[in-house]
Ligand binder design. Structure first.
Ligand code: ATP
Ligand code: MG
Length: 348
């Protein structure tokens, strides 16, 4: 068996070094598809993805009514981790801020453009959207009740993103149903006040509707109808090439991602923008051999934790083959611990 493996490896090596492995998908990533980048104040260049040809930040802004936020349709951004949902939300918020003629400010030591995030989890209760307890700086040992980021955004007329909304308990989400029904008003029991969203307020939801830790998650039905504009955010592969990642690697990641999007092969996860960006950066810094080892050890850990299926890890490794890294594979029966032929980052 090891002789067969060795022979197969040798064929792979010859193929990878020569031109037997055609550059199948690199050309499918068309750079012309790129929309004008948006420069975030932290220096990050964001290439907003397009929907049917139109830059999505333009569409998002068109759905929102900055004068009368109760008339807005708020976007739901869905997609696997690392596709660019948070980046897109930031780009939308910056565009809205600038359209309203506002300057980028400094708040809590960082650039601020009317964008705040709120995230909860399985232990969130009905107060998540209303209040927060923070340590009182001037009174050691005591805590103070303050507005939640959500209420702050309503009062000030900012954009609020509710991140990983499907991990938040229904009791918390359903407690703000009435807010999203009528005038965007929310009653705060602790102070007896009712706040109503000021002009400029907008809400974006971001989440991965797939499996989380092996458990299918979704938002309550009541929220599907309150947030009817659903945008399936996919990695902006041409942007990744523009930012300097290897065309062939990105092309293969894009091809595999298309299989996931088409619902083929039962793939819920394939490497996304963040994963490929990180791999490309590691390759630049430590070379292919070490970088790929880090990448596959990360894959293995996620398979063992039940976050990825073995078939997804196998598909990611096939992507590496197609991208021209098969010459780095080792025999499964050899001494080097490996995953689908790729050496893991195991120290000796
Ligand atoms: N369109 C894009 N242009 C430039 N960079 C991008 C783009 N999309 C994603 N990125 C890069 O990918 C990284 C991941 O994006 P982001 O954090 O927005 O993903 P996400 O979908 O919010 O992930 P998660 O579900 O884990 O929160 C960003 O840090 C950024 O470097
Ligand atoms: Mg995010």
């Amino acid at each position: 068996m090891s002789a067969i493996n060795a022979a197969l490896d040798q064929i792979d090596q010859v193929a990878a070094q020569g031109d037997l492995t055609p550059d199948r998908h690199a050309d499918l990533v068309e750079l012309e598809a790129l929309a004008e980048p948006i420069l975030l104040p932290d220096g990050k260049r964001i290439y907003p993805p397009r929907l049917h040809g139109q830059p999505i930040d333009e569409l998002a802004c068109a759905l929102l009514d900055m004068e009368n936020p109760a008339e807005s349709t708020f976007l739901r951004l869905t997609g696997p981790p690392g596709t660019g949902k948070s980046m897109l939300a930031r780009a939308i918020a910056l565009r809205l801020w600038q359209t309203r003629g506002r300057e980028v400010q400094t708040r809590h030591g960082i650039a601020f453009y009317g964008f705040v995030e709120i995230s909860g989890g399985p232990s969130s209760d009905e107060y998540l959207f209303r209040h927060e307890f923070v340590p009182a700086a001037d009174d050691a040992g005591s805590v103070r009740l303050v507005d939640s980021a959500f209420v702050e955004a309503m009062r000030e007329g900012w954009v609020v993103m509710i991140d990983e909304v499907n991990t938040i308990r229904d009791v918390a989400l359903l407690s703000v149903n009435s807010c999203f029904d009528g005038r965007l008003s929310l009653y705060l029991p602790a102070t007896g006040q009712t706040v109503t969203a000021r002009p400029g307020f907008a809400c974006l939801l971001a989440y991965n509707p797939g499996l989380i830790g092996g458990v299918a998650t979704d938002i309550p039905d009541a929220w599907h109808s309150r947030f009817p504009a659903t945008l399936e955010v996919t990695s902006n592969w041409p942007a990744l090439i523009e930012l300097g990642a290897a065309r062939r690697l990105v092309g293969e990641a894009a091809a595999l991602d298309r299989q996931r999007i088409a619902g083929e092969d039962g793939l819920c996860w394939t490497p996304q923008f963040r994963d490929i960006e990180a791999l490309a950066r590691m390759i630049d810094r430590v070379g292919e051999r070490a970088a790929l080892a880090f990448f596959v050890s990360n894959l293995l850990e996620q398979v063992q934790a039940g976050k990825l299926q073995d078939a997804e890890a196998a598909a990611a490794c096939r992507m590496l083959d197609q991208a021209g890294y098969a010459h780095l594979k080792v025999s499964a029966t050899g001494r080097v611990p490996s995953l689908h032929g790729y050496p893991r980052a195991v120290t000796s």
